[in-house]
Design a protein around this ligand. Structure first.
Ligand SMILES: [Zn+2]
Length: 310
């Protein structure tokens, strides 16, 4: 069972953290591969969810956490992007209107359960792909009872379809996977330069509380740490590209310094692949050979598969 696997790896059970005015974060530490966060607004008139979870088991744990907070139905579900850890649990909320970026719907359908092949050993349960049914291109207003939440597309950044949820009244930002607190950013499906621009915009919002896509709830300073990493990647990529090194070789020769302690450091190799794409002048978000990228990350880890205890 999934709990055993996570517990054996030293992971605590999910927790619910109150953020004010009915907003909560459903946090799954340590935030490594597949252990994502969700947002829950438990209102009088209904519940608004931000993202779900990777496996059927974890999705049900989220649903149980919502039920423990309120009897109100889940009316609205916002997906911050198409990745399975944020969308695979969508089907557990069949009465909700699912909102996402235009390309989130496309990518959720096109990707299907494909992602599962990269994470052997995970107990997925029965998952039915359930994509957004209301989509938008740039921005959308959502009301959580009478609290305004601004949905905004940024990027390509972490993916081509990232959406943030900004609750100005509480200076509360749901950043999706634009922010990994204590985790290595992963921009291979989006853009290094685009993520730097997106994070720079997030820094300007004036958020006091940030719910990252992965890792503990934090303050805005974490945005700056993620920027430091991505600028480092961009610089290293420039050197390696000019020296004619493949991303895997460059990754092996790179001293990550303080970033080494972040979870999933092998993402460096994926990020370098994306940086090289940009150095070749390809448009941001251009699809790359993700199977090769994953193979390279596994090589970087000495042949061990990606460490996912979801
Ligand atoms: Zn993601």
């Amino acid at each position: 069972m999934s709990t055993t696997r996570a517990a054996a790896a030293g992971m605590p059970p999910p927790t619910v953290q109150e953020l004010g005015k009915g907003f909560h974060a459903f946090v799954q530490l340590d935030g490594s591969w597949g252990l994502n966060n969700a947002g829950v607004f438990a209102g009088e008139e209904g519940v608004t969810l931000i993202d779900t979870a990777f496996t059927a088991y974890r999705g049900r744990a989220l649903r149980d956490a919502v039920t423990a907070l309120t009897d109100s139905p889940v009316r609205t579900l916002i997906n911050t992007h198409h990745h399975g850890d944020h969308t695979y649990g969508n089907f557990l909320f069949p009465a909700a209107t699912i909102i996402g970026h235009d390309r989130c719907r496309e990518a959720t359908i096109a990707t299907g359960l494909e992602t599962t092949k990269w994470f052997p050993g995970v107990d997925w349960g029965e998952i039915a792909i359930s994509p957004p049914t209301v989509t938008f291109a740039d921005s959308l207003n959502v009301y959580c009872d009478d609290v305004h939440a601004a949905l905004r597309h940024l990027g390509p950044a972490h993916t081509t379809n990232d959406v943030i949820v900004w609750v100005r009244e509480l200076a509360l930002l749901f950043a999706g996977d634009l922010v990994f607190n204590g985790g290595t950013p992963f921009v291979v499906m989006g853009s290094v330069a685009g993520t730097i621009e997106a994070l720079t915009e997030l820094e300007g919002l004036g958020a006091q509380t940030v719910v990252p896509g992965h890792g503990a709830v934090c303050g805005p300073e974490v945005i700056g740490h993620q920027l430091d990493y991505l600028r480092f990647v961009q610089e290293r990529a420039g050197e390696g590209f000019r020296a004619g090194l493949e991303p895997l070789e460059l990754g092996r020769r790179t001293d990550l310094g303080a970033f080494r302690s972040w979870t999933d450091p092998e993402r460096l190799v994926g990020n370098l692949h994306r940086a090289y794409s940009e150095l070749r002048g390809e448009p941001r978000g251009t699809p790359l050979d993700f199977d090769r990228v994953v193979d390279d990350m596994i090589e970087f880890n000495g042949g061990r598969p990606l460490h996912c205890v979801a």
